[in-house]
Design a protein. Sequence first.
Length: 121
Amino acid sequence: MRTLCASTLIGEFFVIGFAGLVAMKSDDLSVATVWTVCGIAMVVALLLCGMITRPGGVQLGWAFQICLVASGFVVPAMFLLGILFGALWWASVHYGRVIDAAKARWAAQAAAQGAPEADAA
């Protein structure tokens, strides 16, 4: 699960950076405000990559997805991108757990058969 979720968050890191470039064209926002908010969001995306397997990590990821969708009020294209990344987040969490369960099953089967390869996986 960690690899899939971290890949989604890294993709969001780049999307937030590009959204910052778009938001800079707004007359209502200063450049400093745009890059402060985008910079914080980009750092949060990177920090969440390391927190996925910790308690509450997935829930923080969901909160981040909601914030990404809400950024559509500043950059309207982020409504669509936020929803797409929210769907990717769901798929990463869901299928990551399925893959983790399958890996655990295979490791248990290999350990039950006494295969030394179980430790290498």
